[in-house]
Ligand binder design. Structure first.
Ligand code: FES
Ligand SMILES: [Fe+2]
Length: 422
């Protein structure tokens, strides 16, 4: 449960608000790289309630600018993309990929272009996505997460635009007890889709007890279930504050990182970074990650919200073929989230121990926001102190008294050695 003030503190990402400032201290993925065609149309997008435009020059470089032309606000999404520059169609002001104004045809003074203040943002293509740093000052280190280090054939990104606040998206990823319920049909099928059989233990064991350990980048927790055979089933999630998680996954070649990125207060992008740290993604893994559809992978959540009750199949619910009346695990998450409302009223919830990670994430961020208000600068910025590349979630069935931290650390040490991460 949260007070209305704290709920607003965490959810409100409008310019000037503390959480807006927090997100401006970290790199954020904004679109799949295949959205940008060399010399093609600039792509307009919104992040943190502000409008931007990205384009790929003929030589392959990418520029990210504030959407409005600094002269008199014509949209640069309409601009010419030519000569490795955007040229505003209104009065022809021209900006090169680095954001420098190079021509102003309606001003004769040759020194004038150098004075034009276009807002330019550092960007980087990695993990099959375009990442942008929207803050000011010195650009922080790029997140050295494992999927950002991999070759193109090892990584596949997919994104969905959801009609809910970014915190709803994060809380869905930090919520282990919904998997055996909301996703029970998927869970039954998962071993046929390449997952190891242990995944079924989520549905067949006790409700998860959560053990949490704070870390410098956020926290990690294990959802611990006692299985019918009295063993312990652990699923460890790594939460990278403020908005991303490595998801515990029962398939070593199909790892997943999910991150919730705020578009505005009522919309967010849920990103899925599927990756295989051990080699190329197999065809089976690619199909699984993308779904068997030809959807727009930058916005694959398209139709259900237009239909009454999101197109829920009551017949399938009645005859027992579907618990939720929906068929796609991700759509189940999006629909449950949208049904909670664009901004959840967290003054009215009734949390239980299985919601512990959600409560932690809120407290962790509120504490940082408080320190930010007290004047500590760059409190959300990722530092260089951690081996981000070593982070990965794990699952394991262990003896009932095994220490999940030890199991995780042993696996991490073995993996980082294998991958040569130092
Ligand atoms: S508004 Fe862009 S050049 Fe005038
Ligand atoms: Fe889910």
């Amino acid at each position: 449960m949260l007070s209305a003030t704290n709920n607003d503190l965490l959810c409100n990402v409008s310019p000037g608000r503390p959480m807006h400032n927090a997100f401006k201290q970290v790199w954020l993925p904004v679109m799949r790289t295949d959205k940008l065609e060399a010399g093609g149309a600039p792509v307009k997008f919104m992040i943190l309630s502000e409008d931007y435009v990205a384009f790929r020059a003929e030589d392959g470089r990418v520029g990210v600018f504030a959407e409005k032309c600094p002269h008199r606000g014509c949209s640069l999404a309409l601009a010419q993309n030519k000569d490795c520059a955007l040229t505003c169609i209104f009065h022809g002001w021209k900006f090169d990929v680095s954001g420098q104004c190079v021509e102003t045809p309606n001003v004769q003074n040759p020194d004038f272009p150098a004075k034009v203040p276009l807002k330019y943002y550092p960007s980087r293509e990695a993990g099959d996505a375009l990442w942008v740093y929207f803050g000011e000052g010195e650009t922080p280190q790029f997140p050295d997460l494992i999927f950002n280090r991999l070759k193109p054939e090892q990584i596949l990104s997919r994104a969905a635009i959801c009609h809910y606040n970014w915190l709803t998206g994060l809380e869905a990823i930090l919520d282990p007890s919904h998997v055996g319920l909301l996703h029970q049909n998927w869970l039954n099928e998962a071993p046929n889709q390449g997952y190891s059989a242990d995944i079924n233990l989520m549905g067949k064991s006790t409700p998860p007890a959560l053990d949490i350990e704070p870390t410098g980048y956020g926290f990690r927790y294990s959802a611990i279930r006692t299985t019918p055979a009295d063993t312990q089933y652990i699923r460890v999630t790594e939460h990278i504050s403020p908005n991303g998680c490595f998801i515990a996954n029962s398939k070593s070649t199909r790892k997943l990182f999910i991150i919730s990125v705020p578009i505005d207060n009522e919309h967010s992008i849920q990103w899925y970074f599927w990756h295989n740290p051990l080699g190329p993604l197999t065809e089976e893994d690619r199909l699984y990650a993308l779904g068997a559809t030809d959807a727009d992978h930058s916005n694959f959540y398209q139709t259900p919200k237009q239909k009454p009750s999101w197109g829920q199949d009551r017949e399938a619910m009645k005859n027992g073929t579907s618990f939720t009346g929906f068929t796609d695990i991700m759509f189940e998450d999006f629909i449950a989230g949208e049904s909670q409302g664009a901004i959840i009223d967290r003054t009215k919830e009734f949390p239980v121990p299985a919601d512990k990670a959600i409560m932690w994430a809120r407290r962790f961020m509120l504490d940082k926001l408080k320190r930010q208000e007290e004047g500590q600068a760059d409190i959300f910025r990722h530092t260089n102190d951690f081996k981000y590349g070593a982070l990965q979630s794990i699952t394991a069935e262990t003896d009932s008294n095994a220490d999940w931290k030890q199991v995780t650390d042993q696996r991490t040490a073995a993996r980082t050695k294998n991958l040569g991460i130092v």
